[in-house]
Design a protein. Structure first.
Length: 243
């Protein structure tokens, strides 16, 4: 089976409440949440997972204090690429902080769950501030529903709950199956403190449209991965390659 490496690209950090990530835990505790995109190295085409956001949008749209690490163009430039070189963007979901730079990939197809796309254009009022529809206009969407092989050794996996059509991405590596979670979380979602482990083996993402589905997705993805990549964990900030 073909194997790949994953290149984490950190664009910005946003100050949020930990309760956004950890349901019913650590409310009131501030956290500088990293916003990544993830380049897949070794594919026949140029593939990136999510396109992150920038500090200006985080502050202007949601009022989050934010700090720039680098621009989308700078991040790709470090890999010898430009946005127009990207052939495929895999969107784990369509919250604004995961797709803010997708339109810059002018030659890319954008793979997204069909339910997620419909919801993004007509979100429930409770989730309205999670979506920014002008970021999604005129994109070349490719719609999928369920498990879907993107390329040999690269697969999207349904992981609903955080949003209706969240999908994780499994990538074969020479050290096993790496899974980028898709739903917004950190390592503590999968490895709760000792006092919680007897009650719950995982902590549901704090932002969700279906809390039970979000819990089930978290538990299922944890069990499937050899290398688990929580999508907002700060530990990847200085990592150049996984594995």
């Amino acid at each position: 089976m073909k194997t790949y490496r994953i290149r984490p690209l950190l664009l910005t950090r946003m100050e949020i409440d930990m309760g956004i990530l950890l349901y019913r835990h650590r409310y009131g505790e501030k956290f500088m949440s990293p916003a990544y995109c993830w380049y897949i190295e070794g594919a026949d085409k140029q593939i990136i997972i999510d396109t992150s956001t920038d500090a200006e949008l985080a502050t202007a749209f949601r009022g989050f204090p934010a700090e720039k690490v680098m621009s989308f163009e700078e991040a790709l430039g470090g890999l010898g690429l430009k946005p127009e070189d990207i052939d495929l963007v895999i969107q784990t979901h369509l919250h604004w902080d995961h797709c803010a730079n997708t339109a810059k990939c002018t030659n890319a197809r954008v793979l997204v769950n069909e339910t997620e796309l419909h919801f993004a254009f007509s979100p429930h009022p409770l989730t309205g501030l999670s979506y920014k529809k002008d970021l999604l206009e005129d994109l070349n969407f490719v719609l999928v529903d369920g498990y879907h092989e993107v390329a040999p050794g690269i697969e999207v996996i349904p992981a609903p709950g955080h949003s209706p059509g969240t999908q994780a991405v499994a990538i074969n590596t020479d050290r096993g199956k790496a899974i980028i979670t898709g739903f917004c979380c950190v390592k503590e979602n999968f490895y709760p403190p000792e006092e919680l482990k007897k009650i719950m083996p995982v902590i549901t993402p704090g932002t969700h449209t279906d809390v039970m589905a979000a819990y089930n997705s978290t538990l299922r993805i944890k069990g499937m991965a050899d290398i688990l990549i929580p999508i907002h964990d700060p530990s990847y900030a200085n990592v150049t390659s996984i594995p």
